[in-house]
Design a protein around this ligand. Structure first.
Ligand code: ACM
Length: 490
């Protein structure tokens, strides 16, 4: 039985084994820097535990004992992200038409070795075997995301990069950064520097704040891109804006700035929809962030605007939509933007209200499924979980996080309109890297499988058993995951 997560679309394994030995090489078929990097990154993952040299070389075929990365467009049906893996006692061959697919093949191969392969320390006297067989694997959904809320608590570039590595390991391809909220503004905007300097100076509970400089953000975007992860920046508008309102008095209706906010209420703040300075502000922010972001998307938030009238909301979103388009990005918003007239390329992120989401889909918007009751990782696993919340009215154990289906959740949305799945970590109660690990893992593994694996192959019992072994991999990677009683964790 395989233990790979997410489960590959097609997999046939037999009883034979390939064994990685000290003289093995990693051969790449193509001398492009990108493909060579994929080979090098695999070598870098396999070297610490094995202690082998694993030189990376360009070549046309593997010698006995090698791992061969065959890159080329000879099978376009694999798409950009699909791959094949052939494992025989002589060699392992990874084959893909796109570099992302080749990278995903290497993630699968990592998961075919014993779990100790992820140990950062050399593990002598272990046989580094891989079961023989054939895998052909293509993702179900184009969008396989996770959102990290940096507004309520700030996380360093190092912590975000570590998260990127863990997302890539599970073939997740979007990291959505919630960069602003009532409690904090987390990216330097050079034309409005007090947003970060003042608005970023604190966090929920009065905890330390912080923000990304533009160089920090560029570094994170590039690190993610190299791992085939698109960064989607979100500036939440027109509500969730207390940090901005506190930083610039002219953005306030009455010209007076509120204090910084460190509580956890929502819905009390709003930009001044009828002041022209507001649109200058939005234009500057979108322009600066768009220029730093190679990805196609800009997320404008648009949720929980309880202090903005419906009429003002529609006026505001439709103006902001034009600003986002002018800066060359495709607009994403939370489902509430379905109440406005959307451009044909708009993307809507469902979190709560199925009826508003269906209205967006009826306008032609593509939908990302992030149902709070299933995909929100701020929700406690059970009543005794010490961090987290339960505002959804229920708990989200590992099974509840896995055992749902986007097509069934999104009533009134045609299957073709579903772009994919995104889980979300809201961080009101999440402050340390250990908190983050505990709330994200292992739930993230389940969301990754919902996004990647064919619907018909998904099954809780199979997943539960694979997760048991996968837990050893996570532990070797240093992830302080939640050891749910629903899983054996032998
Ligand atoms: C949200 O949870 N307010 C998007």
């Amino acid at each position: 039985m395989t233990t790979i997560i997410p489960l590959p679309a097609q997999i046939q394994l037999d009883e034979r084994q390939f064994c990685l030995n000290p003289g093995a090489k990693i051969i790449v078929s193509n001398d492009s820097a990108e493909v060579f990097w994929v080979g090098s990154s695999l070598a870098a993952k396999l070297r610490p535990a094995t202690g082998f040299a694993l030189p990376v070389q360009i070549g046309t075929q593997p010698a006995a004992g090698d791992i061969f990365l065959a890159f080329g467009a000879d099978d376009p049906s694999l798409g950009e992200e699909g791959y094949e893996l052939f494992s025989t006692p002589e060699a392992v061959t990874l084959r893909a038409a796109g570099a992302a697919g080749l990278f995903y093949a290497t993630q699968t191969l990592r998961q075919m070795f014993p779990a100790e392969i992820e140990n950062p320390l050399e593990q002598p006297n272990l046989a580094w075997t891989v079961q023989c067989g054939h895998i052909r694997d293509i993702p179900r959904y184009a969008w396989r995301g996770m959102m990290l809320d940096l507004g309520r608590h700030f996380f360093s570039v190092e912590t975000a990069k570590r998260l990127v590595d863990l997302l890539a390991y599970h073939k997740v391809n979007v990291l959505h950064l919630h960069l602003s909220d009532d409690q904090g503004w987390r990216i330097m905007i050079e034309s409005w520097p007090w947003l970060a300097l003042h608005g970023g100076s604190t966090a929920t509970n009065g905890d330390p704040g912080g923000f990304y400089t533009q160089d920090d953000y560029r570094e994170l975007v590039a690190y993610a891109a190299q791992r085939y992860i698109t960064i989607v920046p979100e500036i939440d508008l027109p509500g969730h804006t207390n940090a901005a309102l506190a930083s610039y008095e002219e953005l306030n209706e009455n010209g007076v700035s509120p204090n910084l906010y460190t509580g956890i209420k929502v819905g009390f703040s709003s930009l001044s929809v009828h002041k022209e300075i507001t649109y200058q502000f939005v234009d500057d922010v979108v322009r600066e962030i768009a220029a730093l972001t190679p990805g196609a998307y800009f997320h404008i938030g648009g949720d929980e605007t309880l202090s903005t009238s419906e009429e003002d909301y529609v006026y505001f979103i439709e103006r902001v939509q034009k600003i986002v388009a002018r800066h060359g990005k495709c607009m994403i918003g939370w489902e509430e933007i379905g109440k406005t007239k959307l451009n044909s390329d708009a993307i809507v992120q469902h979190w709560w209200n199925k009826e508003v989401t269906a209205r967006a889909a009826a306008q032609g918007a593509k939908i990302i499924a992030s149902p709070a009751a299933k995909a929100y990782m701020d929700i406690k696993y059970h009543e005794h979980t010490t961090i987290g919340q339960n505002w959804t009215g229920a708990y989200t154990e590992v099974r509840e996080a896995y055992d749902w289906e986007p097509v069934e959740i999104l009533e009134g949305v045609a299957e073709e309109s579903i772009l994919g799945v995104e889980s979300a970590l809201w961080t009101e109660t999440i402050f340390t890297r250990g908190n983050l690990d505990f709330m994200v893992f292992p739930r993230l593994c389940g969301y990754a499988e919902i996004g990647w694996s064919p619907r018909e192959g998904r099954d809780w019992e199979s997943y539960r058993q694979r997760l048991d072994e996968h837990g050893k991999r996570l532990a070797n990677l240093g992830v302080q995951f939640y050891r749910s009683e629903q899983v054996d964790w032998q």
